[in-house]
Every structure is written in C-alpha cells, then in structure tokens.
Design a protein around this ligand. Sequence first.
Ligand SMILES: [Zn+2]
Length: 65
Amino acid sequence: MSLDPTLLDVLACPCPKHAPVTEVADGLQCTACEAVFSVRDGIPVMLLDQATPGPSGVVGVADPS
Ligand SMILES: [Zn+2]
C-alpha cells in the first residue's frame, strides 16, 4: 500500500487528540491513540467506529482536559 505523502500530512485521527497518522502495514495508525484505520481503494477510512483499536483497546475516549 502506498499513499500520497501530502495526503498523509493533512490527515489526522478523529480521536480527541487529532493526532497525525502514520502508514503501517494494515493501513494508517494514529500516533496518539494507536488506532489503525483501513484504506479502501486508496482512500483512508478515517472513522473511529471502523478503526481497529490500538494496544490500549480504547478508541476515541474523550480527553478530560
Ligand atoms: Zn487517535
């Protein structure tokens, strides 16, 4: 899988931290919550309810701050 680097630059995880994402084998991974978003037909699916939760097992938990 290969995405346009400029696209990666503008994409952000929809989690409360709106962190940048990085390309991983399975798709795009948030650098904060570590959720992995799949890429379908070259288009990242940036939806938390369709993401694979990171090691913490929690996606999109509201940041109390
Ligand atoms: Zn995130």
